[in-house]
Design a protein around this ligand. Structure first.
Ligand SMILES: Cc1cc2nc3c(=O)[nH]c(=O)nc-3n(C[C@H](O)[C@H](O)[C@H](O)COP(=O)(O)O)c2cc1C
Length: 182
């Protein structure tokens, strides 16, 4: 709470600053309790009108993971992850209430917020994860039997991290702040 000058970062700030995408994983399964914690954290995210238009497909099967890897520009780390979580947006539910803005924007924002919660939670639980956006949506739909009114937004690969990962630098935050107007 006493964090005004960010001198003693709270646990939350530490997690935000330390989280990174991990693309190498130990050959060890992720406990079901931890997977449950990830989804419980995900559904705490805000969503437009509290519609909670999200679904999570948890995939551990080797053949399915291989198909997903192929549909994701062959990013080979995907099959090395013990678990993949495909985060989906129920665009139909959002469209029903909010029209085109719900369909195009809100449901995607809602799931993105849920995904960030998952990423922060993995970090706290000693897991490593990577956000995967580069995939053929139609292919993923087919592989995971996702209905037409649900959009796979991103895949999160999750496992126990192997070794260190890079820390891609961020641009100076001052450069993206605009005073009063853009
Ligand atoms: C929308 C989106 C799509 C991404 N797609 C991929 C991807 O397909 N493959 C990958 O290895 N990383 C992907 N990433 C992870 C980014 O490369 C990573 O977040 C970025 O380089 C910053 O690194 P950091 O998360 O470790 O700080 C994606 C991230 C986002 C937000």
């Amino acid at each position: 709470v006493e964090n005004k000058k960010n001198e003693q970062p709270s646990e939350l700030f530490k997690t935000i600053y330390d989280r990174r995408c991990y693309r190498r994983y130990k050959d060890a399964p992720v406990e079901q309790e931890k997977l449950d914690e990830l989804i419980k954290a995900a559904v705490q995210a805000p969503s437009a009108g509290n519609l909670q238009p999200w679904d999570f497909v948890i995939t551990k099967d080797g053949e399915l993971k291989e198909s997903i890897m192929k549909a994701s520009r062959n990013q080979s780390f995907i099959i090395q992850a013990p678990v993949l979580i495909t985060v989906c947006a129920n665009w139909r539910a959002s469209e029903k209430v909010y029209g085109p803005r719900g369909k195009e924007l809100y449901c995607v924002q809602d799931t993105a917020a849920a995904m960030q919660n998952i990423l922060l939670a993995t970090h706290v639980l000693g897991l490593g994860a990577c956000w995967i956006g580069e995939f053929d949506e139609a292919e993923i739909r087919k592989i995971l039997r996702i209905p037409e009114f649900i959009k796979p937004v991103a895949i999160l690969s999750v496992g126990y991290p192997e070794g260190e990962t890079q820390k891609p630098a961020r641009d100076d935050w001052r450069g993206v702040v605009h005073k009063e107007t853009f």
